[in-house]
Structures are given as structure tokens and as C-alpha cells.
Write a protein that binds this ligand. Structure first.
Ligand code: G1P
Length: 275
């Protein structure tokens, strides 16, 4: 079995819900207190011993590349002062990880974005983190919990969470059998179903460990919901073969793609760092 070394971050989206803030600034660069959302995602990947970060980016996303690069002028200016510690966390990331970027030139869905990532991932299993879903694991980080499950089951693993039934239309939703506490063998899944056809209230959250056969499957998957290529539809093909585990992760998730979730996450992080 191959270990997970790479994490894919699909970050090409426009972030229209946060306009005008996201007019010139990528939504992934909006800060939760002092760290941009994307940095939480990268740190989560690092916590699972992943050190190759691959970004599917788009127009106006260059600030992400700059964030994960050394800013000599700034470092010079604050060198030897107490402010130096403030950029230690990014320095640590830069020193310990590699970064690759590829642009998605057309917005054709999350499945399409992941397929663009194939050139950076190759033929090995990999993690996917959607930075909009900000996750705090109770002990291990959420992606670390999932990597460990991948090592046990050797198939794709997706994070799931119970949501109120009336919210299923915002998520991919699974059907499956609970094999052991919190671990489901997924039999089916539907992208953003209306409440009357949702197979359960177990929603897919933005954390995935995917086996590389997902790429040829994606190539053979027709556009689905909203005429976009959906990762949920490709995973459904794997699920039909019994090759997808749904995992009720231990921890907390904030939907930072919504204003309410973003504010909740801000308050949560602030309450943790304020002493
Ligand atoms: C994507 C996926 C969806 C999943 C969600 C998690 O949707 O398509 O299946 O439930 O992420 O955040 P998006 O939120 O990008 O519309």
C-alpha cells in the first residue's frame, strides 16, 4: 500500500458570497483571526505527514502562491524584533513542504478541478482538502484520522457529518451501512439532493482520501448536478464496487463558505487563542 504524501486543494472558485471582499483577494486568503483559511488547510495536511501541496487555482489567486513564499523584504524589516514570531508558522510551512500550482481555466465543477489535479498527483492515493470547510479534530486532525482509515481499508475515504434533513440540498449525501462505530461502507451517494430524495442525512464534508482510479472514472463520468462534473458521481462508481468508506470524523467543522460559518469559526478560534 502507498502512503499519502500529496494533498490537493481545489481553490479556483470565485467566492461570490463574500463580495466585495473577494473581488481582488482570493476567498481562501480571508483570515480567521490572523491566519488565512488556506493556511489552516495546509497545516492540517502537514499534521498527517503530508508535505507535497498541490493547488488547482484560477485567475486572481496569485496571493496564495505569494503566501507560501518567502517575503525577504518583510522578513528583513522585522528580523530581530518581537514581530518575527508572527510569521514563524508560514516559515515552518515553507521550509517543510513543496508547492505546485495548476490553473483551472473553466469552472466545470469540483470533479473537473480534481481531474485537473491529475498532472500534479500522478498515480498514487492522495488527500483532498476543501479549505472552505474548516475542521478542528478532537485529537488527531480530521485528515489525519482519514489517512489512518485509508491505511486500514485501502480504499477511498470521505468525511461525513449528520446535518438537519432540510440542509441536505447543500451537500453530497450518502447511503450506506455502518460497519463499526462511525465507519460506513458507502453504497450510494447523491449530489445536493432535495429533502424528499436524500438517501440519509449524512452529508459529505470537504475532506477526502482518494485512490488514483478516481481519475479514469472522472474521465468517464458525465456532467451531473448543475451540469458540472461532480466528484460525488465519480465516488458513486467506486462505492458501487464497495470501495468507499464514509467516516463520521471526530471533531468540529465550520462552513466558512457561508458568512455565518465564517463568523462562528472566527469566534471559535479567537476564544481558543485569547488567554
Ligand atoms: C462540494 C461537494 C459536495 C460536498 C461539499 C462539502 O460542494 O460537491 O458533495 O458536500 O463540497 O463542502 P460545494 O460546497 O463545493 O458546492
Amino acid at each position: 500500500m502507498m502512503t499519502i504524501k500529496k494533498c490537493l486543494f481545489p481553490v479556483a472558485g470565485f467566492g461570490t458570497r463574500f463580495l466585495p471582499a473577494t473581488k481582488a483577494v482570493p476567498k481562501e486568503m480571508l483570515p480567521i483571526v490572523t491566519k488565512p483559511l488556506i493556511q489552516y488547510g495546509v497545516e492540517e495536511a502537514m499534521s498527517a505527514m503530508i508535505d507535497e501541496m498541490a493547488f488547482v487555482t484560477g485567475k486572481n489567486k496569485r496571493a496564495i502562491e505569494d503566501h507560501f513564499d518567502i517575503n525577504y523584504e518583510l522578513e528583513n524589516a522585522i528580523s530581530g524584533t518581537e514581530k518575527e514570531t508572527l510569521i514563524e508558522s508560514t516559515r515552518n510551512i515553507i521550509n517543510n513542504c513543496s508547492f505546485v500550482y495548476k490553473r483551472q481555466t473553466e469552472m466545470l465543477g469540483l470533479g473537473h478541478a480534481i481531474l485537473i489535479g491529475e498532472a500534479m498527483i500522478g498515480s498514487e492515493p492522495f488527500a483532498v482538502i476543501l479549505p472552505d470547510d474548516l475542521c478542528f479534530g478532537s485529537e488527531l486532525s480530521v485528515i489525519d484520522q482519514m489517512v489512518k482509515l485509508y491505511e486500514q481499508y485501502n480504499c477511498s475515504v470521505i468525511a461525513i457529518e449528520e446535518v438537519p434533513r432540510e440542509e441536505t440540498h447543500r451537500y453530497g449525501v450518502i447511503a450506506g451501512e455502518e460497519e463499526s462505530a462511525g465507519i460506513f461502507r458507502v453504497s450510494d451517494m447523491v449530489e445536493k439532493p432535495s429533502v424528499d430524495v436524500a438517501p440519509s442525512n449524512l452529508a459529505i464534508i470537504g475532506r477526502y482520501v482518494l485512490t488514483p482510479d478516481i481519475f479514469p472514472i472522472l474521465k468517464n463520468t458525465p456532467p451531473g448536478k448543475n451540469n458540472e462534473l461532480q466528484i460525488t458521481d465519480a465516488l458513486r462508481t467506486q462505492a458501487k464496487e464497495g470501495n468507499v468508506i464514509g467516516y463520521k470524523f471526530k471533531g468540529q467543522r465550520f462552513d466558512c463558505g457561508s458568512i455565518e460559518g465564517f463568523i462562528e469559526a472566527t469566534n471559535f478560534v479567537y476564544s481558543k487563542i485569547k488567554v
